[in-house]
Write a new protein. Structure first.
Length: 290
Protein backbone atom coordinates (compact mmCIF):
# COMPACT_ATOMS: atom_id res chain seq x y z
CA UNK A 1 0.00 0.00 0.00
CA UNK A 2 1.06 3.58 -0.58
CA UNK A 3 0.50 6.41 1.83
CA UNK A 4 -0.50 9.94 0.83
CA UNK A 5 0.40 12.26 3.72
CA UNK A 6 -0.38 15.84 2.71
CA UNK A 7 0.60 18.56 5.14
CA UNK A 8 -2.76 20.30 4.67
CA UNK A 9 -6.29 19.12 4.13
CA UNK A 10 -8.74 16.91 5.95
CA UNK A 11 -8.16 13.35 7.11
CA UNK A 12 -9.80 10.97 4.69
CA UNK A 13 -11.64 8.95 7.33
CA UNK A 14 -13.04 12.17 8.84
CA UNK A 15 -14.16 13.38 5.41
CA UNK A 16 -15.89 10.09 4.55
CA UNK A 17 -17.65 10.09 7.91
CA UNK A 18 -18.82 13.71 7.60
CA UNK A 19 -20.23 13.02 4.14
CA UNK A 20 -22.23 10.07 5.50
CA UNK A 21 -20.40 7.60 3.25
CA UNK A 22 -19.11 5.38 6.07
CA UNK A 23 -18.05 5.62 9.69
CA UNK A 24 -14.48 6.57 10.58
CA UNK A 25 -13.81 3.05 11.80
CA UNK A 26 -15.19 1.53 8.59
CA UNK A 27 -13.11 3.97 6.52
CA UNK A 28 -9.93 3.07 8.40
CA UNK A 29 -10.60 -0.65 7.82
CA UNK A 30 -11.35 -0.05 4.13
CA UNK A 31 -8.06 1.83 3.76
CA UNK A 32 -6.16 -0.90 5.58
CA UNK A 33 -7.78 -3.48 3.27
CA UNK A 34 -6.72 -1.48 0.21
CA UNK A 35 -10.27 -0.67 -0.91
CA UNK A 36 -9.84 3.10 -1.11
CA UNK A 37 -7.68 4.95 -3.60
CA UNK A 38 -6.80 8.64 -3.84
CA UNK A 39 -5.67 9.80 -7.27
CA UNK A 40 -5.30 6.15 -8.26
CA UNK A 41 -3.11 5.16 -5.31
CA UNK A 42 -3.95 3.04 -2.28
CA UNK A 43 -3.82 4.96 0.98
CA UNK A 44 -3.57 4.26 4.71
CA UNK A 45 -5.48 5.69 7.69
CA UNK A 46 -4.33 9.22 8.45
CA UNK A 47 -4.10 10.26 4.81
CA UNK A 48 -5.11 13.88 4.25
CA UNK A 49 -7.00 14.93 1.14
CA UNK A 50 -8.40 17.98 -0.62
CA UNK A 51 -12.02 17.05 -1.48
CA UNK A 52 -12.14 19.55 -4.33
CA UNK A 53 -9.04 18.43 -6.19
CA UNK A 54 -8.32 14.81 -5.19
CA UNK A 55 -10.12 11.93 -6.89
CA UNK A 56 -11.35 9.42 -4.29
CA UNK A 57 -12.48 5.89 -5.20
CA UNK A 58 -13.99 3.13 -3.07
CA UNK A 59 -14.02 -0.37 -4.56
CA UNK A 60 -13.48 1.24 -7.96
CA UNK A 61 -16.47 3.61 -7.64
CA UNK A 62 -15.79 7.33 -7.86
CA UNK A 63 -16.79 9.13 -4.65
CA UNK A 64 -15.80 12.59 -5.78
CA UNK A 65 -13.53 14.30 -8.26
CA UNK A 66 -12.82 17.70 -9.72
CA UNK A 67 -14.35 16.74 -13.07
CA UNK A 68 -17.65 15.56 -11.56
CA UNK A 69 -20.72 17.66 -12.34
CA UNK A 70 -21.91 19.40 -9.18
CA UNK A 71 -25.35 18.39 -7.91
CA UNK A 72 -27.39 20.23 -5.25
CA UNK A 73 -30.53 18.62 -3.84
CA UNK A 74 -33.13 19.09 -1.16
CA UNK A 75 -34.59 15.88 0.30
CA UNK A 76 -37.62 15.65 2.59
CA UNK A 77 -36.27 12.96 4.88
CA UNK A 78 -38.89 10.78 6.57
CA UNK A 79 -38.45 9.49 10.11
CA UNK A 80 -36.98 6.00 10.23
CA UNK A 81 -34.01 6.68 7.94
CA UNK A 82 -30.38 7.14 8.97
CA UNK A 83 -28.53 10.08 7.45
CA UNK A 84 -25.77 8.00 5.89
CA UNK A 85 -25.08 6.46 2.50
CA UNK A 86 -24.81 2.95 3.98
CA UNK A 87 -25.50 1.28 7.31
CA UNK A 88 -23.80 -1.73 8.87
CA UNK A 89 -27.01 -2.56 10.78
CA UNK A 90 -29.10 -2.79 7.62
CA UNK A 91 -31.31 0.20 8.45
CA UNK A 92 -32.88 2.31 5.73
CA UNK A 93 -30.56 5.10 4.56
CA UNK A 94 -31.22 8.41 2.81
CA UNK A 95 -29.13 6.97 -0.04
CA UNK A 96 -32.12 4.74 -0.84
CA UNK A 97 -34.21 7.84 -1.58
CA UNK A 98 -31.81 9.33 -4.14
CA UNK A 99 -30.51 6.15 -5.78
CA UNK A 100 -31.75 7.20 -9.23
CA UNK A 101 -29.31 10.13 -9.37
CA UNK A 102 -26.39 9.29 -11.66
CA UNK A 103 -23.85 11.17 -9.51
CA UNK A 104 -22.99 10.12 -5.99
CA UNK A 105 -24.20 12.68 -3.47
CA UNK A 106 -23.92 12.84 0.30
CA UNK A 107 -25.88 14.57 3.08
CA UNK A 108 -24.79 17.99 4.32
CA UNK A 109 -25.01 17.61 8.09
CA UNK A 110 -27.36 15.24 9.88
CA UNK A 111 -30.92 14.60 10.89
CA UNK A 112 -31.25 11.87 13.48
CA UNK A 113 -33.14 8.62 12.87
CA UNK A 114 -36.44 9.82 14.38
CA UNK A 115 -36.32 13.32 12.89
CA UNK A 116 -37.59 14.39 9.49
CA UNK A 117 -37.62 17.26 7.06
CA UNK A 118 -35.18 19.26 4.98
CA UNK A 119 -31.86 17.59 4.27
CA UNK A 120 -29.43 19.12 1.80
CA UNK A 121 -27.44 16.69 -0.35
CA UNK A 122 -24.62 17.41 -2.77
CA UNK A 123 -21.32 16.23 -4.22
CA UNK A 124 -19.74 19.65 -3.72
CA UNK A 125 -17.08 19.36 -1.04
CA UNK A 126 -16.56 23.11 -0.83
CA UNK A 127 -20.21 23.80 -0.04
CA UNK A 128 -20.34 20.90 2.41
CA UNK A 129 -17.35 22.20 4.34
CA UNK A 130 -18.74 25.72 4.31
CA UNK A 131 -22.13 24.71 5.71
CA UNK A 132 -20.82 22.25 8.30
CA UNK A 133 -18.00 24.45 9.60
CA UNK A 134 -18.69 25.76 13.14
CA UNK A 135 -18.24 29.36 11.97
CA UNK A 136 -21.03 29.30 9.39
CA UNK A 137 -23.99 31.46 10.34
CA UNK A 138 -26.88 30.16 8.24
CA UNK A 139 -29.54 29.19 10.82
CA UNK A 140 -31.58 26.00 10.71
CA UNK A 141 -35.28 26.23 11.51
CA UNK A 142 -37.28 23.39 13.06
CA UNK A 143 -40.90 22.80 13.98
CA UNK A 144 -41.18 20.70 17.12
CA UNK A 145 -44.47 19.15 18.18
CA UNK A 146 -44.62 18.84 21.97
CA UNK A 147 -47.12 17.02 24.14
CA UNK A 148 -49.47 19.36 26.01
CA UNK A 149 -49.35 23.15 26.26
CA UNK A 150 -46.25 25.33 26.59
CA UNK A 151 -46.29 28.37 28.85
CA UNK A 152 -44.46 31.62 28.10
CA UNK A 153 -42.14 30.91 31.05
CA UNK A 154 -41.24 27.53 29.57
CA UNK A 155 -40.68 29.12 26.19
CA UNK A 156 -38.41 31.74 27.77
CA UNK A 157 -36.42 28.96 29.43
CA UNK A 158 -35.92 27.23 26.09
CA UNK A 159 -34.50 30.43 24.61
CA UNK A 160 -31.76 30.72 27.21
CA UNK A 161 -28.32 29.10 27.03
CA UNK A 162 -28.08 25.65 28.61
CA UNK A 163 -25.37 23.21 29.54
CA UNK A 164 -25.84 20.12 27.37
CA UNK A 165 -23.38 17.25 27.88
CA UNK A 166 -21.02 19.69 29.56
CA UNK A 167 -21.15 22.17 26.67
CA UNK A 168 -22.71 25.62 26.92
CA UNK A 169 -24.95 25.90 23.88
CA UNK A 170 -25.79 29.25 22.35
CA UNK A 171 -29.23 30.81 22.93
CA UNK A 172 -31.90 29.98 20.37
CA UNK A 173 -34.92 31.78 18.97
CA UNK A 174 -38.27 30.10 19.60
CA UNK A 175 -41.96 30.93 19.22
CA UNK A 176 -45.26 29.10 19.56
CA UNK A 177 -47.02 28.72 16.22
CA UNK A 178 -49.84 26.40 17.30
CA UNK A 179 -51.35 25.39 20.66
CA UNK A 180 -54.17 22.85 20.62
CA UNK A 181 -54.06 22.07 24.31
CA UNK A 182 -53.11 18.43 23.82
CA UNK A 183 -50.09 19.43 21.73
CA UNK A 184 -48.08 22.52 20.87
CA UNK A 185 -45.93 23.29 17.83
CA UNK A 186 -42.88 25.40 18.61
CA UNK A 187 -40.64 26.84 15.92
CA UNK A 188 -36.96 26.89 16.91
CA UNK A 189 -33.98 28.46 15.17
CA UNK A 190 -30.54 26.95 15.79
CA UNK A 191 -27.19 28.45 14.91
CA UNK A 192 -25.26 25.35 15.89
CA UNK A 193 -26.10 21.72 15.37
CA UNK A 194 -24.83 19.60 18.22
CA UNK A 195 -25.85 15.97 18.46
CA UNK A 196 -29.60 15.70 19.19
CA UNK A 197 -29.49 19.26 20.54
CA UNK A 198 -33.21 20.09 20.31
CA UNK A 199 -34.26 16.80 21.91
CA UNK A 200 -31.81 17.35 24.76
CA UNK A 201 -32.99 20.94 25.21
CA UNK A 202 -36.58 19.72 25.40
CA UNK A 203 -35.54 17.11 27.96
CA UNK A 204 -34.01 19.86 30.11
CA UNK A 205 -37.26 21.84 29.88
CA UNK A 206 -39.38 18.79 30.67
CA UNK A 207 -41.03 18.59 27.24
CA UNK A 208 -42.16 15.37 25.56
CA UNK A 209 -41.24 15.54 21.86
CA UNK A 210 -43.81 13.95 19.57
CA UNK A 211 -42.36 15.12 16.25
CA UNK A 212 -39.28 17.02 15.12
CA UNK A 213 -39.09 18.42 11.59
CA UNK A 214 -36.54 20.73 9.93
CA UNK A 215 -38.42 23.16 7.70
CA UNK A 216 -35.70 25.53 6.49
CA UNK A 217 -31.99 26.22 6.24
CA UNK A 218 -31.94 29.99 6.32
CA UNK A 219 -34.12 31.15 3.44
CA UNK A 220 -34.06 27.74 1.73
CA UNK A 221 -37.45 26.32 2.71
CA UNK A 222 -38.86 22.79 2.56
CA UNK A 223 -42.24 24.05 1.36
CA UNK A 224 -44.68 21.38 0.16
CA UNK A 225 -42.08 18.85 -0.99
CA UNK A 226 -43.59 15.40 -0.21
CA UNK A 227 -41.90 13.09 2.29
CA UNK A 228 -39.30 10.84 0.72
CA UNK A 229 -39.02 13.03 -2.38
CA UNK A 230 -36.26 15.33 -3.54
CA UNK A 231 -35.80 18.25 -5.89
CA UNK A 232 -32.86 20.22 -7.24
CA UNK A 233 -32.07 23.55 -5.63
CA UNK A 234 -32.80 26.65 -7.65
CA UNK A 235 -30.01 28.94 -8.82
CA UNK A 236 -31.07 31.49 -6.20
CA UNK A 237 -30.98 28.88 -3.41
CA UNK A 238 -27.51 27.69 -4.46
CA UNK A 239 -26.21 31.26 -4.60
CA UNK A 240 -27.66 32.00 -1.16
CA UNK A 241 -25.98 28.95 0.41
CA UNK A 242 -22.67 29.58 -1.33
CA UNK A 243 -22.69 33.17 -0.10
CA UNK A 244 -23.13 32.01 3.49
CA UNK A 245 -26.54 33.68 3.81
CA UNK A 246 -27.03 37.41 3.77
CA UNK A 247 -29.72 37.81 6.48
CA UNK A 248 -31.10 36.02 9.52
CA UNK A 249 -34.75 34.96 9.49
CA UNK A 250 -37.22 33.10 11.67
CA UNK A 251 -40.33 31.61 10.08
CA UNK A 252 -41.60 33.95 7.38
CA UNK A 253 -39.01 36.69 7.57
CA UNK A 254 -38.87 38.03 11.15
CA UNK A 255 -35.33 39.21 11.83
CA UNK A 256 -33.64 38.11 15.03
CA UNK A 257 -33.49 40.64 17.85
CA UNK A 258 -29.74 40.77 18.49
CA UNK A 259 -30.15 42.69 21.75
CA UNK A 260 -32.51 40.05 23.09
CA UNK A 261 -30.05 37.32 22.14
CA UNK A 262 -27.18 39.08 23.93
CA UNK A 263 -29.33 39.59 27.03
CA UNK A 264 -30.23 35.89 27.00
CA UNK A 265 -26.55 34.99 27.07
CA UNK A 266 -26.32 36.38 30.60
CA UNK A 267 -27.93 33.30 32.04
CA UNK A 268 -27.23 29.63 31.53
CA UNK A 269 -29.36 26.67 32.63
CA UNK A 270 -28.26 23.19 33.56
CA UNK A 271 -30.07 20.17 34.96
CA UNK A 272 -30.16 19.44 38.68
CA UNK A 273 -32.13 16.82 40.60
CA UNK A 274 -34.32 17.68 43.56
CA UNK A 275 -34.66 15.60 46.73
CA UNK A 276 -37.20 13.31 45.07
CA UNK A 277 -34.83 12.68 42.18
CA UNK A 278 -36.82 14.71 39.66
CA UNK A 279 -34.79 16.57 37.04
CA UNK A 280 -35.38 20.30 36.87
CA UNK A 281 -33.53 23.25 35.32
CA UNK A 282 -31.45 25.58 37.49
CA UNK A 283 -29.78 28.82 36.53
CA UNK A 284 -26.02 29.15 36.72
CA UNK A 285 -23.28 31.39 35.43
CA UNK A 286 -23.80 35.14 35.80
CA UNK A 287 -26.81 35.01 38.10
CA UNK A 288 -27.18 33.46 41.53
CA UNK A 289 -29.62 30.69 42.32
CA UNK A 290 -32.92 31.85 43.78
Amino acid sequence: MEENNKSEGIRLQKYLSEQGIMSRRAAEKAMTDGLIRVNGKKVLPGTKINPDSDVIEYRGTLINGASTEKVYLMLNKPAGYVTTMSDDLGRKCVADLVDEIKFRVWPVGRLDYDSEGLLLMTNDGELTNRLTHPRHEIPKIYQVTLKGSVTEDQLALMKRPMLIDGYRIRPVEARIISDRGTSTIVEIMLREGRNRQIRKMCDVCGFDVKRLRRVAVGKVELGDLPQGKWRELTKAEKAYLMSGGAEDYLGGGRKIDLLARRAAEKRTYHVRSDIAGNRRPHPSGNEKDD
